[in-house]
Design a protein around this ligand. Structure first.
Ligand SMILES: NC(=O)c1ccc[n+]([C@@H]2O[C@H](COP(=O)([O-])OP(=O)(O)OC[C@H]3O[C@@H](n4cnc5c(N)ncnc54)[C@H](O)[C@@H]3O)[C@@H](O)[C@H]2O)c1
Length: 385
């Protein structure tokens, strides 16, 4: 990517700042940011070192001075902002969930195709070298056919009724909260590593706290409760999903934002014919590989990894890499896609965001109707209508 590609970021909360850092490292010129009000945009521009504050996100996505738009707002704004950015000829990196329903995600895939622009969705866990190593072992046949895919994504930041966030509100976050927010990451990773596609789901959901305090501040990962009001909650705190894949595997995942002591425990284990592979996002420098005769821990060491995994090992072994490094690699690849006019293999794009939205709708539909639902079934896709 030539240095100086002009980028702008809509939404300047937790993840907007992560995008800003990675954008700079990838050679982007941060021409502007927009937050939820002109005053907040000014403060965000100063904090992130952007050249200017846009009056609004609508102004940002239409600006002639911008080549690539990063959309980091609450979920309900993803579709309108991405559509406007594509219509204005921008390349778009849009946060997950791509839209609050599959209809919206499909509209964005179509709009990007019509506009001929590059797209990306930050399913960044794909960029851990140990994840790539697991993927290579499956792809290369060393693991044998994948039979069982299981794991969880557990957090605790919404554990208490006084914990609040815009994600809790279905109008802002979408009908699914925990599953769309973090289950989407788990499913993307499971499919990315195994090459399987989830075809059917059977889900149960739990809203453990049907009422929560309405917080004065609803920024991500902040404690709420100061306002003393409560409100009804229609989105799930947790989901348990059983599934089948097109590769003949069965699987299960537990997704929760109310698991005390768990912060970002994305755990994925694959039981294949020759070996098991296990990855834990909170200890991403290691990949566990178990065979009948012995189990070993593969360290994130370029010398020990396959070439497709070693490519993402930026630091010498023993100096830990983490989430921010994944983000850097993801943004760099997204910008490379813009420069090349095509996405490199493995870059998560809008089509991956659409897959995720379809799985989410199947999960919602299954939990509501208490039965198995095909991921592409019309009843799953019609849910949001
Ligand atoms: N890929 C990942 O790993 C990852 C991690 C965290 C969040 N996310 C996604 O990023 C998005 C933002 O999440 P967050 O955790 O940063 O939330 P956040 O609450 O920290 O930040 C949201 C920001 O959007 C701004 N905003 C609200 N309305 C706006 C508007 N009309 N115009 C411009 N800005 C507006 C708010 O001022 C706030 O700064 C969500 O879609 C979330 O799912 C992805």
């Amino acid at each position: 990517m030539s240095r100086g590609v002009r980028i702008a970021i809509a939404g300047a909360g937790f993840i907007g700042a992560v995008h800003a850092r990675s954008a700079r490292l990838a050679g982007g010129r941060l021409v502007g940011v927009a937050a939820s009000s002109p005053g907040r945009s000014e403060r965000a521009a100063a904090a992130l070192g952007a050249e200017r504050a846009f009056g609004s996100a609508d102004e940002l996505v239409a600006s002639p001075d911008v080549d690539i738009v990063h959309i980091c707002t609450p979920n309900h704004l993803h579709r309108p902002l991405a559509e406007a950015a594509l219509a204005a000829g921008k390349h778009v990196i849009c946060e997950k969930p791509l839209a609050i329903d599959a209809t919206g995600a499909q509209a964005l895939v179509d709009a990007a195709e019509d506009a001929g622009r590059q797209t990306a969705v930050p399913f960044v866990y794909r960029y851990y070298p140990t994840v790539r190593e697991a993927r290579e072992r499956v792809r290369g046949g060393e693991s044998g056919p994948v039979r069982i895919i299981h794991g969880n994504y557990l957090q605790d930041w919404l554990l208490r009724p006084e914990d609040d966030n815009w994600r809790v509100d279905a109008q802002l976050g979408g009908a699914s909260r925990a599953f769309a927010d973090i289950g989407s990451h788990w499913c993307d990773l499971a499919e990315f590593v195994t090459g399987h596609r989830i075809t059917r789901v059977c889900a149960r959901m739990l809203t453990a706290m049907p009422e929560r305090a309405r917080a004065a501040s609803r920024a991500a990962f902040e404690r709420g409760g100061e306002a003393g009001e409560t409100r009804e909650v229609g989105t799930e705190d947790a989901a348990v999903v059983q599934f089948e894949t097109d590769g003949g595997a069965i699987g299960t995942t537990v997704i929760s934002q109310i698991s005390a002591g768990r912060k970002n425990q994305l755990f994925l284990e694959i039981s294949a014919a020759e070996e098991s592979l296990a990855f834990n996002q909170e200890e991403p420098e290691s990949l566990w590989r178990g065979r009948r005769e012995a189990a070993i821990v593969i360290k994130r060491d370029a010398e020990a990894l396959s070439e497709p995994a070693a490519r993402y090992a930026f630091l010498p072994a023993g100096h830990p890499q983490g989430y921010a490094d994944c983000f850097d690699a993801f943004v760099a690849e997204a910008y490379a896609a813009v420069a090349a006019g095509e996405a490199p293999e493995g870059l998560p794009v809008f089509a991956d965001g659409l897959r995720s939205a379809r799985i989410t709708e199947a999960v919602l539909s299954s939990a509501r109707d208490e039965r198995w639902i095909d991921v592409l079934a019309p009843e799953a896709l019609a849910l949001a209508g």
